[in-house]
Design a protein around this ligand. Structure first.
Ligand SMILES: Cc1ncc(COP(=O)(O)O)c(C=O)c1O
Length: 393
C-alpha cells in the first residue's frame, strides 16, 4: 500500500506562508485540515516507556505538537519548541538554567514580571543579577566579564538575558555582538522575543541559545489565552527545559494551545497591518504639542533605529509616548480614548493603551508620563482620530 504524503516540509517557504501551513495533520483521505483538540490526561502504553512515548499529559499532549512545530520553524530552531502555561512560566524555566551561585546579566527594562522573578531568586540567594542598559553594548560587555566592579559575585556571567525591543522603553540590543561576547564569557543567551515575534526578529539566527515568548501576546493574538513558549536548537538545553516543565507542572491546557495555533495562522497579516499603523502614528505623534517624546525604533531619530534596520524585518507594533503634563495628563489620555482600550498587555487585534507606571512593580526609571500603545488592526485613521482627540483636550 502506498504511503499517503505526510506533513509537507515548510523549509524554503516564506514565514508568512509558514504561519498558515506549519503543523497541519498528515494529508490522508478524510483527515481534518486542522489538528484536533485532544482532551486526555493519559495515553495507552505498556512496558518501560521509550523516549518520545506520550505516557502522561504532564509530559506531552498531541495538541501541543503542531504549535510547537510551527513556532520552531518560524524561529529557525532545529528542535520542536516547548509550550508553557504562561510567558512567566517560560521565564522561570529559562532562569532555572542559571547555576546555583551564578550570575545573570539582565536588562534594567525587561518585562517587570521577569525582573521581579529574577529579583526574588537573587533575594533567595540562588544567583546574582547584574542590571544593565541593554542598548549600551560596552556596559553589557563589562557586566558579562564581571570586570566593572559589579556588586555581588565577581567573575564572568552565566546567562545573558536579552529583550529587544525592551518592554516598555523599546531599547534595541545589538543581539549578535552581545551573543558572541556572552559565549566568549561562557554564558548562555536567552532572548525574550515577545515584542518582535519571529516575523520581525530571529534571535537564534543572531546567536541566542534560547528564544522566549509570551504567546499570550502576538502569537496567539486575540487576548484570550495566557501561554508561553521556549525554543532552542540545543538538545541538552531542550531536555533540561522539558524536564523543568514536567516537574514543575508548568503545562498548558490543550484548548488554549489550539486557540494559539488558530491565532498564529493570521500572525503575518496582523503584524503587517499593526506595524504599518504604528509607523504612521509614530510619525504623526512626533512634534505633537501634547507629546514630549515618542519612542519607536522605526523613527530615524530613535536611538535604536540603525540597529533595528540591521537586525529586524520592520520595527514592531508597539510605540510609547511621554505626555506633556506628567502622570496625571497621561492617565487622562488613557481615560479619554474611546476606541483604544485602557488595559494592560499587548499584541492583540485590539489596540491597548496603558500608563506603565500605574503598575507598582514597574522600574522607576520608566517615566511617570509614559503611555505604552499596543497598536491593533483597526482602521489607522480611526485610531488616530481617537488618540488625537484624547490628546487635544
Ligand atoms: C516581554 C514579555 N515577556 C514575558 C511576559 C510574561 O508573559 P505572560 O503574561 O504570558 O506570563 C510578558 C507579559 O506582559 C512580556 O511583555
Amino acid at each position: 500500500m502506498s504511503q499517503a504524503p505526510n506533513h509537507h516540509s515548510t523549509a524554503n517557504l516564506s514565514p508568512d506562508t509558514v504561519v498558515v501551513s506549519a503543523g497541519r495533520p498528515p494529508r490522508e483521505q478524510d483527515a481534518p485540515v486542522n489538528p484536533p483538540i485532544v482532551l486526555s490526561s493519559t495515553f495507552h502504553g505498556t512496558g518501560t516507556p521509550a523516549p518520545g512515548d506520550r505516557v502522561y499529559g504532564r509530559f506531552s499532549n498531541p495538541t501541543w505538537d503542531p504549535f510547537e512545530t510551527a513556532l520552531s520553524e518560524l524561529e529557525g530552531a532545529a528542535l520542536p519548541a516547548l509550550v508553557f502555561s504562561s510567558g512567566l512560566a517560560a521565564v522561570a524555566a529559562a532562569l532555572s538554567l542559571v547555576p546555583a551561585g551564578g550570575v545573570l546579566v539582565m536588562p534594567q527594562h525587561s518585562y517587570q514580571g521577569s525582573l521581579l522573578l529574577a529579583a526574588e531568586e537573587a533575594a533567595n540567594g540562588r544567583f546574582t543579577v547584574r542590571s544593565v542598559d541593554i542598548a549600551d553594548t560596552e556596559q553589557v560587555l563589562a557586566a558579562l566579564q564581571g570586570s566593572a566592579g559589579e556588586p555581588g559575585a565577581s567573575g564572568p556571567a552565566d546567562m545573558l538575558w536579552i529583550e529587544s525591543p525592551t518592554n516598555p522603553m523599546l531599547e534595541v540590543a545589538e543581539i549578535d555582538v552581545l551573543a558572541r561576547a556572552a559565549h566568549d564569557a561562557g554564558a548562555l543567551v536567552v532572548a525574550d522575543n515577545t515584542f518582535s515575534t519571529p516575523l520581525v526578529t530571529r534571535p537564534l539566527e543572531l546567536g541566542a541559545d534560547v528564544v522566549l515568548h509570551s504567546v499570550t501576546k502576538y502569537l496567539a493574538g486575540h487576548s484570550d489565552v495566557i501561554l508561553g513558549a521556549l525554543a532552542t536548537s540545543d538538545e541538552d538545553l531542550r531536555s533540561r527545559l522539558h524536564n523543568y516543565r514536567s516537574l514543575h507542572g508548568a503545562i498548558a491546557g490543550p484548548f488554549d494551545v489550539w486557540l494559539a495555533l488558530r491565532g498564529l495562522r493570521t500572525l503575518a497579516l496582523r503584524i503587517e497591518r499593526s506595524q504599518a499603523t504604528a509607523g504612521l502614528l509614530a510619525d504623526r505623534l512626533l512634534g505633537h504639542p501634547a507629546v514630549e517624546a515618542v519612542r519607536y525604533p522605526g523613527l530615524p531619530g530613535d536611538a535604536g533605529y540603525e540597529r533595528a534596520v540591521k537586525q529586524m524585518d520592520g520595527f514592531g507594533s508597539i510605540l510609547c509616548i511621554e505626555v506633556a503634563g506628567g502622570a496625571e495628563a497621561a492617565e487622562a489620555v488613557a481615560a479619554r480614548v474611546r476606541l483604544w482600550l485602557p488595559a494592560t498587555s499587548l499584541g492583540g487585534v485590539e489596540s491597548l493603551i496603558e500608563r506603565r507606571r500605574r503598575q507598582p512593580g514597574e522600574p522607576h526609571s520608566v517615566p511617570e508620563n509614559l503611555l505604552r500603545l499596543s497598536v491593533g488592526i483597526e482602521n489607522a485613521e480611526d485610531l488616530w482620530s481617537d488618540l488625537s482627540r484624547a490628546l487635544a483636550r
